[in-house]
Design a protein around this ligand. Sequence first.
Ligand code: IVH
Length: 698
Amino acid sequence: MYTKVTTQQLQKLTVELIKKESSGLISKKNIEDIRQVLRFHEYRYYILNDPLISDPEYDKLYKALEKLENEDPKLITKDSPTQRVAKGLTNDFKQAQHLVPMLSLDNSYNAEDLVDFDRKARELSGADTIEYCVEPKFDGASISLIYEDDLLIRGTTRGDGVKGDNITTNIKQIKSIPLSANFSAHGIKQIEIRGEILMNKNSFKKYNEQLAEQGLPPLANPRNAAAGTLRIKDPKVVAERNLEGFLYHISYYSTTGKKHETFHKHSESISLLWELGFRSPEKEKKVYKGIKKVIEWCKEFEETRDELPYEIDGLVIKVNDLAMQDKLGMTSHHPRWAIAYKFKARQSTSHLKTVEFQVGRTGNITPVAKIDPVPIGGVTVTSISLHNEDFISEKDIRIGDAVLVERAGDVIPYIVKSFPELRKGHEKKIRFPEKCPVCHKPLHKVEGEAAWKCTNYNCEAQVVQRIIHFASKDAMEITGLGEAIVNKFHEMGWLKNMTSIYELPYDEIEKMEGFGKKSVHNLKDAIEKSKTQPLYRLVYGLGIRYVGETTAKTIANKVDHLLDLEKYSLEQLQELEDIGPKVAGSIYEFFNAKENIHLLRKLEEKGVVLKNEKKQHRIDGNLTGQTFLFTGTLPTLKRSEAEAMAEANGGEILSGVSAKLNYLVVGEDAGSKLEKAKKINTVKIISENEFLKLVGKK
Ligand code: IVH
């Protein structure tokens, strides 16, 4: 969509606008330029995954646009980037009819099915060999979009295939879906496009972590998460969930009557969508003549499916020639010119043998189903969390039931459903205990929460879980102090709380079975190293309720010393990025409890660093004390690789150009950062090659 020349022009315009904004010179005259620039940066970020400006720079221009539009609402256009944001809630999703019914796809599971599909298509079309376009089968919620005179006018769910729910407001929250696209340049007046809305694996994982932190059961898979999100009545919540839209089929278009380009192949329509700024499978698509190559690709691709950042459940094979597609036509259920090649299911049935109750770090009691071992996607599953009492009753799960188990992508296994129709009469209802299975104190249920809780803070199970969490990989990263060892040391009476990690009797440990000089030395080493972990790891490791890694980073970045948080009011905590009342309340409570402050002081006495030392470099290398920033596309290194390289040599990565910056490493299409750096004499502007020399790689 944006060629090199326009990329450069738009970057130049971006820099000019940012400059104008900073000096208060921005005016109504610039309004269309700001919109154009914002759309371009949305495209770089959401479609190409390669941003050219920083978030604060984008936000500045966005706010400037909002201000100009507020001052003179006549100037607002329907496709202005500000018009994604919706006020208020959607009452009801009204029904809307698709221009062309949304049919489904026929399925195939093996090479023979595909050979059969090809044979029938050749017979019906009379062709000797057929050209196919193969693309991912996105596993999300299907939608159709209508653009008229270049503007997105409607987004609809699949519904019954003829009519669906009008979810336009929610669709507009998905930043990879353009609010307008230059169809008219191709002579297109109205167009209907089909696609799939997905939640990528990373967003899905984060979303499930959030649910877990709130004591809610996680969702089974990203498909359910995407479909559920599209039906939420608050568009703001939809915007927060980071959905993505993939568009793969033009089902209808009318022309303006003027000269128009037509496309003859499906693959060309995918390219057109890509050029117009849609996230179509342009990069993933493959075109092959004959079914043999298609089959080879299907097999090869299945091996690498987990490498994609989002879930797919197969590939779709489409006859590429559109005239041939017309000739082949449709059944009432599916087109005869396309077929889905479905990957091996990541579901299996098993039998629920028994349920155990585990006490979590915060006292939540989690029922865990023990099932007959089943292999799913290369892993043998034996136990699955049943989350809480509500989950069990909603799904009507009983001991002795046959159950359907799913493992979507890298996600933890999940019981999709039970099969009540297969019951033989000996199945038993799952009874929740009234007392903690470990400390035997009565359990409580907090109003509005689903979990039963053991409220005894000193319950041995909770103590052990807190220590396991503290030592875990994402927290203080004490290798060698995993679940089994923590349990053992706790039994020996050596681990009573987090501080006791730093008082372990190494001489005694060395005498224990399974330990030797070397393993004790390694453990000691890991424990020593943990003392100087970045502050956010300690914050996360403390296990404060609702504080996941992201919130831990937010908090740790704010303070010079962790105990500064003792002085924060609830209001001050809520002012921090992404911290709502519930999370703020929990942090406040933690830092206002005497025993927690005592624990932190004790940890500090033991040498654990509570200061925010992010500016002091822990790694001594030839870049120690030097700051770096990377911009543009580097010739050989990914940005993350280059950053890791700088850090591994003691360098620090800054988030923007400022007087504190020592080196700006520039690649192709470097934008405003470069412009800004040129104005600061002390910033050295270097190439990737020069950077590699600095780190001794050249
Ligand atoms: S083509 C008439 N292409 O899979 C056109 N569908 O299980 C039919 N899907 O209903 C759709 N990825 O919602 C097509 N690359 C892709 C797809 C795709 C996912 C969905 C679509 C369809 C369902 C069938």
